[in-house]
Design a protein around this ligand. Sequence first.
Ligand code: ADP
Ligand code: MG
Length: 617
Amino acid sequence: MNDIIHLLPDSVANQIAAGEVIQRPASVIKELVENAIDAGARNIQVILKDAGRTLIQVTDDGKGMSETDARMAFERHATSKIKSAADLFALHTMGFRGEALASVAAVAQVELRTRRPEDELGTVICIAGSQVESQLPSNCPAGTSFFIKNLFFNVPARRKFLKSNETELRHIITEFIRIALVYPEHHFTLTHNDTEIYELAATNRRQRIAHIFGSKNNNFSRQLLPIETSTTLVNISGYIGTPETALRNSNQYFFVNGRYMRHPYFHKAVMQAYDRLIGNDVSPNYFIYFDIDPGSIDVNIHPTKTEIKFENEAAIWPIITAAVKEMLGKSNAVPSIEFDVEGAIDIPVIDRSRPAVQPQVTVDPTYNPFQTNSERSQHYSRPPMNWETLYQDFEKPAMQPAYFAPPEINQEIAVAPSQLSAIADQPDAAPENSNYLLYKGRYIITGGKSGIMLIDKQRAHIRVLFEQFIDQLNYRRGISQQLLFPEIVELNAADALVLENAIEELECVGLDIALFGKHTFSINGIPAGLEGKDIQSIVGDIIDCVKNKDANVKEVLHENIALTLAKASAVGYGQQMTFEEMDHLVGQLFACSNPNYTPDGKRIVVVLTNEEIEKKF
Ligand code: ADP
Ligand code: MG
């Protein structure tokens, strides 16, 4: 029998390798821009057509390549960056596997124009599907230009799996930002279909961050607190956001030796430092750069992997937490005395006729600013407490915050979800006698056939409004209240792109937004019910919500828009309600497709069944 094993031709091997390295246009941009940086370029231009599907052009003013190198660069395992395995442990360049260009050339039509500054003539080489088609001398500028045309032209399955242009462009922007944040002293531009998305002049780190994430309105640069720590293990530097600027979708970046990384463990270290300074539903911005001996991290970094293993993770945790805490403490982000409140310290005017008395300074030698309150309380001797008075508040339920139900009721409302839906899903589940009691400003209590029903009024309203907005989006019939004075919002490039793509949908719910200038929009009309609300932050919330989803899917877009608007316009807990209002709301709720839960899964209705009540007696 014949032998059956044979070597794959290079073009096939390269295509297989390309599957790992080049997944989408964004991967090409990452590889080419990293190469440009490794080549010592200072100015790097990225030009795209159709989110990189038709053309990706990366032009740099780096050291260029010789005629032979230009050809060699496309060979697999061809690299100028390492020579031996030992070099792997001292890497300071972005690339080293020599796979990127071979992979790109396997799945696209590539033209490379390059000239070393010292050469008179450069070279232009054309390759398609790993086959060199031509190489000629060329009178090109010093540096390198790659033109990647028709990505995946020979891998239709891959091409088919590319997402919409908006999604692919978002991936490109993500990769582009990750590199731009590490190299502020480089000048970058990103242009898509002749529209400039980013023009990032060479600057310092703080300004680069502000340029990317800030807008004229929000003075981002001033909200950044610098951190800096040097230890034998690691050097940490960068910026953290003030607690007030924490967001639901914040910008969080870790970099190690100039490379973006995801690191859930270190993320927790940062979050711990913000403990109790920010709400549960938000998180701070941070841009933290680690500088570490390349020998102490996993060197076999895969080009597409963003998770990096450190040798001493547990030892680095406290260094991060301390650095962040120290800065938060210094910046007064940790709560301190507020001088504009009543009882502020009275600073006396100097009276020169009185003899000066040396002030007494008291120091607490045990005070450690890094201890959490609970740790600290173990060391402090508290002033004696009158324990009886502690219980007084419990005897006066009216003093409790409106949103805390007393413990007995809490137990009762823990109805198993199955039981709950069994009751509330019945058509006759809607309250039958129309008696309503508003309990603690939050719960509408009413009797039903099978028991007592507690309805969270705000959540009920959110459900009702959500379904109304969805309806408007589907049937395109939202009514807009025109604003007398349009509000102008200026956004950063990435957010502007998201909003621009959503404008048409937003119009359906009555949110009338028009492009006003570069990255600037004017809000001309708002949906009824949103009068007097902070419309800019509502638009910000919609962008945040949509940004992380595939905005392609209309339903997801609709749901996010509808939910954001419903939350913004729902009744507040404090607001009183008349009998008619409660009756109307409850009626509307039970006409909804799912009256039991809010669109984001929070329980609206809880039933205390007759049997349960009887059991209690
Ligand atoms: P790697 O970056 O891992 O070495 P690549 O396939 O990305 O592998 O690139 C192969 C080689 O081509 C690089 O080592 C470098 O010598 C050369 N090269 C690639 N891009 C450029 C560029 N923009 N300017 C100069 N040389 C480049
Ligand atoms: Mg490379």
